[in-house]
Design a protein around this ligand. Sequence first.
Ligand code: ADP
Length: 538
Amino acid sequence: MNGLMMDFPLTLSAIFRRAESIFRRQEIVWRNADRSISRYTCADFAARARRLAAVLLDLGVARGDRVATLAWNHGPHLEAYFGIPLMGAVLHTLNLRLHPDELAYIVNHADDRAILVDESLLPLWEQVKPKVNVPIVIVIGATKPVADGYLEYEALIAKAQPALDLPDPDERAAAAMCYTTGTTGNPKGVMYSHRALTLHTFGLLLDAGMGLRENDTVLPVVPMFHANAWGMPFGAIMVGAKFVMPGPYLDPASLVDLFIRERVTLTGGVPTIWMGVLQYLDANPGKFDLSLIRAMYVGGSAVPQALIEAFEKRYGLRILHAWGMTELAPLGTVSHLPPALDDASDAVKFAYRAKQGRPSPFVEIRARGEDGLVPWDGKTMGELEVRGPWVASSYYNRDDAADRFTDDGWFRTGDIATIDEDATIQIQDRSKDLIKSGGEWISSVALECALMGHPAVAEAAVIPVTSAKWIERPLAAVVLKPGASATPQELKAFLAPQFAKFWLPDDYAFVAAIPRTSAGKFKKSELRDQFKDYQAAE
Ligand code: ADP
């Protein structure tokens, strides 16, 4: 016996129509490359997204074609987020911090038919162009006439009529794609369906997710080329929140200025961004009032407990720690304090919030150790496996990566985690970063998060180095705060009460900076290269 309800497709088109018809007056704001601020209404946005859809149809872009973007967070990028899927093509966001060769690989692998590129990123595109074959290049934000063979976004939009009668795509059709940067091997493409992105948006809007509301002003610091800006553009448009984009200016001063100027209430980005904002606030005591911000979602790499405490105690700002992956569109877990801890001490609450939290509805988790699935005891480490309607089922044209998916339909995350009895996960490491010392696992993430709680330490990353006796031992690369000092002995003594003795690094390297990935995470592969000949002290 079937149910007798409508088979209504779950598409971005429906999310778009909702905003277009209900939230017409809502504001959308962004900072331009010349630092000026642009703003328009949701009605303007919707009309321009429909014009973009018409432009692409007119240029011969077909359903299923990949249309790339190489752009910062701004209005036209948001138009692409909806206009491209609306006409049935696939939005392919390109990471503008990648090497031109990597970009060329990705563009070729995805077989992009067209690209929308910021004028300020044309120098990067010019390095990619000779290695790829993309027939249609559209320049966004042009301040001067575009070169021969290129089209100009504003001119195309001005000429086009909004495409009004577009049939909804099939909900299983691809709406967007994004390549994981991957520290080993070539980047892998994740192909999101309309259905997956729509359900992800529902998940995001729950209080157990990011809880976006109509009266929020949402500012994604996370780039729109990084895992769909964590789904915030789709979420904000679906609930009708005010949406603010920082353009290319992700430095603390520009961000804080925009938070205050636009009365931002909800934001999100990787930890290194917030470490910078914290230092900026500390350096300017009493100067900025950020009290309107009710939630800062932080993820992409582990958030040190000290960062959560510092923001809350010094500025009353609430960090919510989230775990996700490009392969999960990207939301996996969020660390909202469970009611059972309402009466717990601050110390217990902060320790909980430094974990990655519990899975979103429909994201199912388990972890596998060498001897099979591990118990949910908060102690036993295993590789986290997930499944759900917004989890990738395979990579785009990468049969060689089929081993990332289990035979019974789970995705192997490559993250080593413990799972508490109540399903709260704590990421201990990426499997490739885990340190194995004398046969025992040591979590580099736990050590570096603890080190970043030392008052003299600005940043820390822990990597394995060779040890004659133990095979591997942890080495802590440490960036000290300006003017601060600390000795290895002091740092070790600081860690000692928190960890088993064999976890404590004996080796410390004081460095000027920790190398970063294109997404602003610590790039441990580069650090490992730097210290590949290093011999541990013991
Ligand atoms: P990339 O591989 O380019 O970093 P992703 O953004 O998809 O691409 O990264 C996902 C990975 O980031 C996860 O597998 C995990 O290792 C790490 N990660 C994400 N969020 C967290 C978090 N809150 N704590 C620890 N690690 C995290």
